[in-house]
Write a protein that binds this ligand. Structure first.
Ligand code: B4P
Length: 193
């Protein structure tokens, strides 16, 4: 299964991804996590993306696309993967489709997780207290929401047109949300078989 997780910052993509990859036995590819690791390691690459992501902005498309392309070429991705937070722009989505088309492949499901803005703020501010994430303060969160609306939300129509988009209500307990996602993915898997 090739699955994409779409949704605004803090909607719970990372949380649900951890459970999904265990069930479906596929690698979890979180571009946010990969970028944060590079920043933590203070590599040349990390310093470059840290500057780009300042204030809640996105890392540059060409950098993220190259990083994901290299990761997807690894052997553990041959039978599928869960892309968490990628693509985040139309050019990123187009480049992913191009890469897949070379091998006559397609994305199986795009999960569009949704919760209202008030709940997103509540979750991200709560996460800020638990984890040391520099992008979880109120001003940066506001910017990240705007970046999502401007740059990422057009992907909803893009994948709707491809017939692979599934809207999932992200309100409820982590297990309730997981069950909703699983209902959708089991159906996708049945149709694929
Ligand atoms: P990401 O790492 O993708 O993170 P996120 O969108 O902020 O969070 P996520 O939706 O995964 O929420 P989580 O499960 O943690 O991106 C970070 C940054 O990296 C971006 O802003 C961007 O700068 C850069 N970046 C990443 N990908 C990029 C790309 N493709 N191109 C360019 N730049 C890119 O959940 C949030 C909180 O809610 C947690 O504390 C969790 O415990 C809680 N929670 C989860 N589910 C809940 C539930 N059901 N009920 C209550 N709380 C819940």
């Amino acid at each position: 299964m090739r699955i994409i997780f779409l949704g605004p910052p803090g909607v719970g993509k990372g949380t649900q991804s951890d459970k999904l990859v265990e069930f479906w036995n596929i690698p979890h590819i979180s571009t946010g996590e990969m970028l944060r690791e590079a920043i933590r390691n203070k590599t040349e690459f990390g310093l470059k993306v840290a500057a780009q992501m300042e204030g809640g902005r996105l890392a540059a498309d060409e950098i993220v696309v190259k990083m994901v392309r290299e990761r997807l070429a690894q052997a553990d991705c041959h039978n599928g993967y869960l892309l968490d937070g990628f693509p985040r722009t139309l050019p990123q989505a187009a480049s992913l489709d191009l890469g897949l088309a070379v091998d006559d492949e397609k994305v199986d499901a795009v999960l569009n997780l949704t919760v209202d803005e008030e709940e997103l703020f509540r979750r991200l501010l709560a996460r800020a207290k638990k984890e040391d994430r520099g992008d979880d303060n109120e001003e940066t969160i506001r910017n990240r929401m705007k970046v999502y609306d401007d740059m990422t939300s057009p992907l909803i129509a893009y994948y709707e047109e491809q017939g692979v988009l599934h809207k999932i209500d992200g309100i409820g307990s982590i297990d309730e949300v997981f069950d909703r996602i699983q209902t959708v993915l089991q159906e996708v898997a049945r149709n694929k078989a």
